[in-house]
Design a protein around this ligand. Structure first.
Ligand code: MRU
Length: 358
């Protein structure tokens, strides 16, 4: 698949362009990043979003940090930039992982010019590695869809939450990669797309991705999944993740936990698709230890859409009613059937750790 969410400007290698995801599907436009502050703004304001993509954006942010650093205060300048970028969004571990990858690559060379070259090359490598990992996730994950398809007539019904598509990564996506691979193999599939309030990444972004590719899909409100599952209309649930602990608890967009509970109650396989850069090996208990982002209450109180050809925000609540906006929740490992990574499909995250230690 030929997609990319972030690229270095061909004429000016001090400029990175991204798809501005705040206006899709109604308007396709790009956003330019030329400094650390703009990289931080793009992540914080969700111009870019999705765990792998915010990691890659932060990696380019660290490249800009090398361009902005002074030779005599280089280490301190880079650390300040790293702290600024790391603070933008707390839940997805890919952000801190990518910053750490950059700091350790940059520290291996001495002079500032070499640091700049290394930071640029490494940002591009992190992006390319993500694409390769997502492709592999699809190659492994399609096996699950193939198996279900072999046992039933009609399309395999896959439910997904939020957008863990190519827009959340560089290409392919995580949860969507098995879907795209199945579609390219002509396996009959149909995707239930949770709208994913409050920011509607499902209705806006996943639906747009599916529609662009011609993948059969239906957008549903967030509370529909349980009903569909009770009536045999969901064969498998696949979502992405922002952070998975070594114990296998998975933080993903708010509402994922409820889908996992409903899937368990209805004996429906529930899979998390993730690159291994989304694993936080430092922590075990996701509910206690994963920081959950809280965003502005206005994202709950208002809804954005197209009205008379213009993108507008509409107030849903009494203006005075307070709202609470948790960005993510944690699905405990006991509700997760398995993890689809670039390494294969695993029942438990510790099986991956064993491989790493081998
Ligand atoms: O708040 P967002 O849009 O950044 O949340 C994105 C998700 O929850 C995705 O499911 C997750 O990052 C996995 S992306 C491959």
């Amino acid at each position: 698949m030929e997609n990319t969410t972030i690229w270095l400007d061909k004429q000016d290698n001090r400029k990175v362009c991204v798809i501005d995801q705040r206006y899709l599907p109604h308007k396709f436009c790009t956003f330019e990043i030329t400094c650390v502050a703009e990289a931080a703004t793009a992540i914080r304001d969700m111009v870019v979003r999705g765990a792998p993509l915010i990691g890659v954006t932060a990696a380019y942010g660290m490249y800009f940090a090398t361009l902005e650093a002074n030779a005599d205060s280089c280490e301190q300048d880079l650390q300040t930039a790293a702290d600024t970028l790391a603070k933008t969004r707390p839940t997805a571990v890919n952000l801190k992982w990518a910053i750490h990858e950059q700091l350790s690559a940059i520290s291996e060379v001495e002079d500032l010019e070499s640091k700049r070259q290394v930071a640029l090359r490494n940002a591009q490598k992190i992006a390319n590695d993500d694409t390769a990992a997502c492709k592999k996730i699809g190659e492994h994950g399609v096996e699950l869809i193939r198996e279900i398809s072999a046992k039933k007539s009609g399309p395999v019904n896959i439910l997904t939450h939020c957008n863990a598509g190519w827009l959340a990564c560089i290409n392919w996506g995580t949860a969507t990669s098995p879907i795209y691979h199945a579609f390219l193999e002509n396996i009959p599939i149909h995707v239930w797309v949770d709208e994913t309030r409050p920011r509607n990444q499902g209705a806006n972004l996943t639906a747009w991705e599916m529609q662009q590719r011609g993948v059969p899909h239906t957008v549903i409100v967030d509370n529909t999944g349980g009903h569909l599952m009770q009536h045999g209309l969901v064969d498998i649930v696949i979502t992405g993740a922002d952070r998975v602990t070594r114990g296998g608890d998975a933080a993903n967009k708010i509402g994922t936990y409820l889908k996992a509970l409903a899937a368990k109650d209805n004996d429906i396989p529930f899979y998390i698709a993730l690159p291994t850069s989304t694993i936080d090996w430092q922590i075990e208990d996701g509910v206690k230890e994963i920081p959950i982002e809280e965003r502005n209450q206005d994202e709950v109180k208002y809804i954005q859409g197209l009205c008379d050809g213009e993108i507008k925000k509409v107030l849903l609540t009494p203006p005075e009613s307070p709202a609470k906006n948790y960005g993510f929740d944690v699905t405990p490992a006991r509700l997760i059937t398995g993890f689809i990574t670039e390494e294969g499909i695993h029942d438990k995250i510790c099986q991956l750790q064993k491989q790493e230690n081998n």
